[in-house]
Ligand binder design. Sequence first.
Ligand code: F6P
Length: 330
Amino acid sequence: MLTSGGDAPGMNAALRAVVLAAEHYDMEVIAFRHGYEGLLDNEYLSLKAADVLHVLQYSGTIIKSARCPRFKEVAAAQLAAENLDALGLSALVVIGGDGSFRGAEHLSQYWQGQIIGVPGTIDNDLYGTDATIGYATAVAIAMDALDKIRDTADAMDRVFIVEVMGRHAGFIGLSSAMAAGAERMILPELQRDKPLTVAALVKHIKRVEAVRGPGSYVMVLSEHQWPGGAVALSEQLEAEFDMPCRPCLLGHIQRGGAPAPSDRILASQLGVHAIELILQGATRVMAGIKANQMVAVPLVDTWTKKNPLDENLLRIQHEIFNPVKKSASK
Ligand code: F6P
């Protein structure tokens, strides 16, 4: 087993579940430290139930994670296959996101053992599962931050631009905006259809003020969706349009703290599912959950197919909850 890529709250719960299920079914677990780096460097340890008993309440990952660009090379996958064979391992569980699954699929071309993915990423951007481990916690953290921002924004009648993570997907942005009642969102999915201009944004802010009177205006900005991010946009609004505006970058705070109950439970289910998939002889699949059913999704599908935003949530937040009616914003 290994945890790879950006850590996600609930990864510890997932690796605990893998170890507990493996012991239940009389299997042994070796964990590579620092993701694929540890697999290449033969940095591993044996994990028993006693080692993972009280880890599920912590974010991060006790076996460490890393990004490993060199794993794209053929020589790296070949070396990993040799190392796995030398240890007599028959299956590998990879807990991570799409980059980690691409690595797993690459490895499968050179290694005959079974490979099972477990979706661990705050971004929720993997096809085939209703949720990824860490996403619920990240949304809860963003919502909590937005609530706090609202207090000060209200007090000062200010515009705030709160930048959230999500890589190239707007799941964290949409869910936290709805949960905290943000006035506006800039999400990759919306930007792709119709990129927001600063003039249109200013117009929207003014219209909201006209409709509701003076007050706060909180906007959720998904990362990578504005040149220079929240800081640049906020400076532009202040300098060019004379609008009191502040940026707030949530950053890696979204990956820390106590994992939400739903992430701990999801991680526990998926960790056990990964071991049971191994027992069923599965390989090159991700353990997922769809409408409360455990599923096995071909690894390649997880990044080649698209996991769209919930259309209804998007409609409600972007249109119904928009203080300015569409006809008025033209
Ligand atoms: O994929 C998880 C994630 O937190 C993304 O939301 C973000 O874009 C990226 O990782 C940050 O990566 P790093 O921790 O390497 O800076």
